[in-house]
Structure formats: C-alpha cells, structure tokens
Design a binder for this molecule. Structure first.
Ligand code: 8YV
Length: 313
C-alpha cells in the first residue's frame, strides 16, 4: 500500500504526476470539507508535500499527529511553522541550490529593468509613442552602481557574482559577516541603504523579518535609489513602499514577491516606476523540474530511512 501524502496545493505538473504515481496523494485544496479530510486521513498520513508559498501551519499540523516529514517544493520555508516542526521532531526538506541561478538571474534582470525602465520603454515602442511623442525619456545607468545585498546567502552570493560583471560596487547586510567574501559588510540594513544606489532583498525570509524594509530604510535609500525584492513580500512594508514610489522618494522598484500573493495592490500596478513579476524567479522548466526531483528525493529518502538530501529541520 503506497504511503499516504497530503498535498496542500497543486505543484509543478510533472512533479505532481510523479508524486501521484508513487504515493496515495490527498489533495487538500480540492476538499470541500478540509477539516473532515484531515480527520479521515490523520491516522495514515506521515508526510506533507507543499510549496514555498503554501507552507504548513501549526494549525494544520496539529490535525495530523502522525506527520514526520514535510517536503517543500521551494527553498523558502517561512510559511512552514518551523518552531512547531522542531518541537515535534518533524523533518523539513526544501530545494536550495537547484534554483539559485534562476533567482539570481531574475534579480539582476529586475535591477536593469528598474534602472532602464524597460517596461516603460517597451510600452513607448509598442504603443507608437516613439513616432508620436519622440524618443523615450532618458533613464539611469546601472553598470558601476553601488549595490547593497540584504541577505548574502546562496542566492545573494550568486547575485553579487553576476553584478561584478557589471562593475558594481557590492556591499551586504547579514546577521554576521561572511569570512569567504571581500564585499563590504554592514550590520544594519538602514546604514546599507544609505551607502548604496540599489538595494537587493535576497534574504532567506523568516516571519521575524516582516517589515524590515520600512520608511526609514527607504528614506535612507533616497530619491535616486532602486529596490529589488526576490525574497518574500513580507520583508518590505508594502504600503510604505507604495507611498515612497508614489511620491518619488525612491526612483524605482523591481518586485517578484508581494505581501498577499497572488493579489497585487492596484496602487502598485498603476505606478510608472515599478516593474512587476508574478513570483516567477524560479519559474523555468529546467529549474522547476530540478526542484521537483529534489522534493521527491527528500520524501523518498526520509520514508526509506535515509537522511534528506536538503533540509532545514
Ligand atoms: C516557490 C519560492 O516555492 O523557492 C521558493 O521559496 O518562492 C518559489 O520557488 C515556487 O514558486 C513554488 O511555489
């Protein structure tokens, strides 16, 4: 009898298909009575499969007392109640490294798109404004700019290495300095913002970091400053960001993540100085395939008594 797995929300098709071929998969999002489903499967389910956005709350896990492992399709585990998992001895696998290149690539793309107003330039060309109104207004040079990376982890380091190719001056803010880099370290994100032209939010998000990018940090970044976020929407106070962009107290933003995905505030959608991406940083065929393989490998290894390949708990 195949092991029972609770799948919280749909994941990448080929991965979900392989999961269903090898396990008895209970689909939480399809249940008309979720509480009834959890009650019915509680005795069988030892594993939960989820994604970075859906996570696994303590409220859910309390209804599944036999869960031993959570396998996450994603690197971010901020939506998993890690305190509960650690208290209960629940293992948590995730998918780092296989998505680092894609996420770092998109972060650099968002820096360029924000500085060079690439979406506005696209619209200028597409809507015939070049013919009717003349050349696109001048934008800002990115190469050689001072870039501060908030969170120099695997993804942040990959971003930094890419930016060296643009002759950027790189500094970073972490809980503590890294011994394996020569970039300038800053212990405080507000001081980092004061010292750079572009702030890239790349940290591994945890709930305690909510709102870390506040009005003071954006004021420190200043009217010529740009901010890029490929971490989680929770890290930036979204209302404060909208106000700063609306009043041109910062020059621009490139955002792949938002406070209440998949909805994006209308005010943010209407702004001319923001580039929006619908949480696609890891969204390539190659990377989602690799994430799926690692997610399934974590699950199979745990259930066969082996150590998970990649885990946070
Ligand atoms: C999502 C992500 O998990 O890896 C992460 O933490 O944010 C993304 O890769 C992915 O979009 C699946 O939901």
């Amino acid at each position: 009898m195949p092991q029972s797995v609770l799948l919280i929300n749909p994941i990448y098709g080929p991965t979900q298909t392989e999961l269903e071929e090898n396990y008895t998969v209970h689909k939480l999002w399809e249940a008309t009575d979720k509480t009834r489903l959890l009650t019915d499967i509680a005795s069988d389910v030892r594993a939960v499969a989820t994604d970075g956005g859906s996570g696994a709350s303590a409220e859910l896990l309390k209804q599944l007392p036999n869960v031993e492992v959570i396998t996450v399709f994603g690197v971010g585990v901020d939506a998993v109640d890690l305190d509960y998992c650690k208290a209960k001895g629940i293992r948590v696998g995730n998918t780092p490294d296989v998505l680092t290149d894609d996420v770092a690539d998109l972060a650099v793309g968002l820096c360029l798109a924000s500085y060079r107003q690439m979406t506005n330039a696209h619209d200028h060309a597409k809507n015939g404004l070049w013919e009717t109104q003349g050349p696109m207004p001048l934008t800002a040079k990115f190469s050689g700019s001072r870039v501060g990376i908030f969170g120099l982890g695997r993804i942040g380091l990959a971003i930094a290495r890419r930016l060296q190719g643009f002759d950027c001056h790189i500094s970073y803010c972490n809980r503590k300095p890294r011994q394996d880099v020569t970039y300038a370290y800053c212990a405080d994100v507000k001081k980092l913002a004061e010292s750079v032209d572009c702030l890239v939010v790349a940290l591994a998000p945890t709930p305690d970091l909510a709102g870390m990018i506040d009005a003071e940090v954006l004021a420190a970044l200043g009217p010529a400053g740009h901010i890029v976020n490929i971490s989680r929407g929770l890290v930036i106070n979204e209302d404060v960001l909208i106000d700063a962009l609306t009043e041109n107290r910062i020059a621009g933003a490139g955002l792949d993540v938002f406070a209440n995905e998949p909805s994006i505030p209308d005010k943010l959608k209407e702004l001319p100085n923001v580039v929006l991406q619908p949480h696609v940083a890891s969204g390539t065929v190659q990377t989602r395939y690799a994430m799926g393989k690692l997610m399934l490998e974590n699950l199979a290894k745990y259930l066969s008594g082996e150590e998970l390949t990649a885990f946070v708990a």
